[in-house]
Design a protein around this ligand. Structure first.
Ligand code: 5BU
Length: 262
């Protein structure tokens, strides 16, 4: 079993990255390393999942561009639920363009992500300019968002190789404390400064017929040493009750007994 990197007390690195510290504090308070991916198409379904899973999670991950009736008040409602249930909002935008374009994509448009998300992510493919653009957008809005780099993907046949992943690690280290971690499938940074959230998680390791590959919580936590688990359909579309008895979309779901590692 790998030792946890979620510190008991925040050390010298604390307050360099308030979002990361906030995430670790929530994780400790709620004894949860669960991020639920709510990939539903209406704002009402999104709110209903947020209310149902809220007490159990430290992060709610969404794709704002999936929501057909996204409105100005949608992020305000999400923020209210997040504050009440003590979790963070993660917009899984996967920015992947040049710096000046991501400035506009992050701060403007229909979703104005920089104005409400606590966490977002980016592909490292364009080079450090993508990070600089996102940081600049935060600085000009006066609101800090934590960035995760996509260092590995869960999908079959993805083009990311070891060299690319290594480059992500270097880029992320250079961009700390704005960059606080990774989306990946295994532990990335042994120092504990940068954490890993892993998608592709279900109780049974198989796929979805469209390239998604699932690993079990146990495998990812114990063998791969990731810090947080991202579970989508395994929770909101589960056919079988999971332990934890949470009602989502009319289904009684059972949470995997995701362990908080201390
Ligand atoms: P699922 O329903 O648990 O398969 O949803 C997984 C979520 O994680 C979904 O929102 C994807 O967009 C997201 N994801 C992923 O599955 N794999 C990846 O490598 C990355 C993101 Br990056």
């Amino acid at each position: 079993r790998q030792p946890s990197r979620i510190p008991q007390e925040l050390g010298s690195e604390s307050s360099m990255s308030p979002i990361r510290d906030q995430l670790y504090a929530i994780s400790r308070r709620k004894k949860s390393i669960l991020c639920v991916a709510a990939d539903v198409e209406s704002a009402e379904e999104l709110m209903s999942i947020a209310e149902d899973v809220g007490p159990h999670i430290c992060v709610l991950k969404l794709h704002a561009d999936i929501i057909r009736d996204w409105a100005t008040e949608t992020p305000k409602r999400l923020q209210e639920i997040a504050a009440r249930h003590d979790f963070l909002l993660f917009e899984d935008r996967k920015f992947a363009d040049i710096g000046s374009t991501v400035v506009a994509q992050f701060g403007s448009g229909t979703h104005r992500i920089a104005s409400w998300a606590h966490i977002t992510n980016a592909h490292a493919l364009p080079g450090p300019g993508v990070i600089d653009g996102l940081r600049q957008a935060c600085e000009s809005s006066g609101r800090m968002v934590g960035l995760l780099l996509v260092a590995q993907m869960s999908s079959k046949g993805n083009l990311i190789d070891g060299r690319y992943t290594e480059s992500c690690l270097r880029m992320a280290r250079d961009a700390f404390p704005f960059c606080i971690g990774f989306i990946a499938q295994e532990r990335m940074d042994p120092t504990g400064k940068l954490f890993v959230m892993a998608p592709g998680v279900q109780l049974e390791a198989k796929g979805d017929g469209l390239g998604q590959q699932y690993n079990t919580p146990e495998h990812l936590l114990k063998e791969k040493g990731v810090d947080f688990l991202i579970v989508g359909r395994g929770i909101y579309a589960a056919p079988e009750p999971w332990q934890g008895r949470t009602k989502v979309q009319g289904t009684i779901l059972e949470y995997p007994s995701i362990e908080y590692r201390e």
